[in-house]
Design a binder for this molecule. Structure first.
Ligand SMILES: NC(=O)c1ccc[n+]([C@@H]2O[C@H](COP(=O)([O-])OP(=O)(O)OC[C@H]3O[C@@H](n4cnc5c(N)ncnc54)[C@H](O)[C@@H]3O)[C@@H](O)[C@H]2O)c1
Length: 353
């Protein structure tokens, strides 16, 4: 007889480890299914940061036989679906890899549940700001529009912003998702798949669209994610951090502990069902400011604009967190200077080790 549990797919990663201690303090056993992806886990070992109370199963969410083993023993009452290929830029040239894990990995899980007549009470999906692409912009006359992706002609000419307009914060209540990366498209597909499946099986779905998460525990060997940890390692090595475009593109950097509390609220708050929530600080920070804060911490030379830019990069990303505040009773608490300090302290220790 399968035992009730909370299932966390991809739960050995950055966010999974951060939620594992609070989750295992609850009543239900916590089961993590994770394939220890080599791009994230250099040593392919169960991470030390993962609560020792977690029942860890090494396996790929795309693999039907893995689901057979998991569900023979466990019956998930709640699911946190974290497993994903996460490289936004990488997804442009490795679209199938992202499609396979993020889309088929999700449907394999749902098929395995359906085959065993398991309908979890609630799914929490960690979606991404990437579903919005460039989002909505406002012209000087107050008119709003969706500019779509910046063309290479614009970028080659050093025209970073859409002329005469400014970006509005993403807001799930208002901003249409229009992904401009394959990664973003697969995250939006995950949202639709879970919501559609749940309609027929009576499960609740809560979607949290995360901005840029940073903090201790972030993979230090994944070159495709984690700009804050990348900058930290450069500054620590005494290098001047190179800034793409003019260094003024904005992101909303949200500390890992704040994201962990948002995911836990999404899993437990009764009224959250069916909601889609933007999770960030609500503040846009320029990449240049982030780099300068990190450089200052290490006394490294000032960051410099290096003249590079990337096809498909979004110019600005920040969000309105009002609905998360109201429906999830959640707010971010950690300031960027505090969060960067904690990240640097952790990286110092890791690199000494
Ligand atoms: N970190 C961020 O800035 C951020 C922002 C927006 C959304 N998200 C989303 O949050 C989730 C977790 O992100 P994270 O930052 O913890 O990433 P992470 O890379 O640290 O963790 C992902 C985990 O999933 C596992 N995984 C990958 N492919 C798998 C597969 N086929 N089968 C089983 N496990 C697999 C990896 O081994 C890893 O442990 C992802 O869904 C991601 O799209 C993260």
């Amino acid at each position: 007889m399968a035992r009730d549990c909370i299932l966390v797919t991809g739960g050995a990663g950055f966010i999974g480890c951060a939620i594992s201690h609070d989750l295992t303090a609850g009543e239900l056993p916590v089961v993590v299914v994770d394939n220890l992806h080599p791009q994230v886990h250099a040593t392919r070992q169960r991470p030390e940061a993962l609560s020792r109370h977690v029942h860890f199963i090494e396996g790929d969410v795309c693999d039907e036989s893995v689901w057979g083993c998991v569900l023979d023993e466990w019956s998930p009452r709640k699911v946190v679906h974290l497993a994903a290929e996460t490289g936004t830029g990488q997804s442009l040239t490795e679209a199938s890899r992202h499609g396979l894990v993020n889309v088929i990995g999700t449907t394999r899980m749902l098929d395995a549940f359906a085959a065993r007549q398991i309908a979890p009470e609630r799914f929490v999906l960690t979606s991404s700001r990437a579903v919005y692409g460039e989002g909505e912009w406002e012209r000087g006359d107050g008119g709003r529009y969706y500019p779509g992706q910046r063309s290479m002609t614009m970028l080659d000419a050093g025209q970073w912003d859409f002329e005469g307009a400014h970006a509005l914060p993403f807001d799930a209540r208002r901003t249409q998702p229009r992904p401009t990366s394959v990664y973003g498209a697969t995250k939006l597909a995950q949202e639709h798949l879970l919501s559609a499946w749940a309609l027929s099986f009576g499960s609740e779905v809560v979607v949290v669209r995360l901005q840029n998460v940073y903090g201790p525990g972030q993979s230090l060997n994944n070159p495709y994610t984690g700009i804050a940890s990348l900058f930290t390692r450069m500054a620590k090595a005494g290098q001047s951090i190179p800034l793409y475009e003019d260094g003024l593109m904005r992101r909303d950097f949200i500390f890992i502990d704040d994201v962990a509390s948002a995911v836990l609220q999404a899993l437990s708050v009764p009224g959250a069902s069916g909601g889609t929530f933007d999770i960030g600080t609500g503040l846009g920070t320029t990449i240049g400011d982030l780099a300068a804060t990190i450089a200052d911490h290490y006394g490294a030379p000032s960051p410099h604009v290096c003249g590079k830019y990337r096809n498909g990069d979004v110019r600005h990303a920040s969000c309105n967190t009002e609905s998360a505040r109201v429906a999830l009773d959640w707010e971010s608490r950690i300031s960027m200077s505090n969060g960067v300090g904690q990240l640097c302290t952790w990286i110092d220790k890791e690199m000494e080790g």
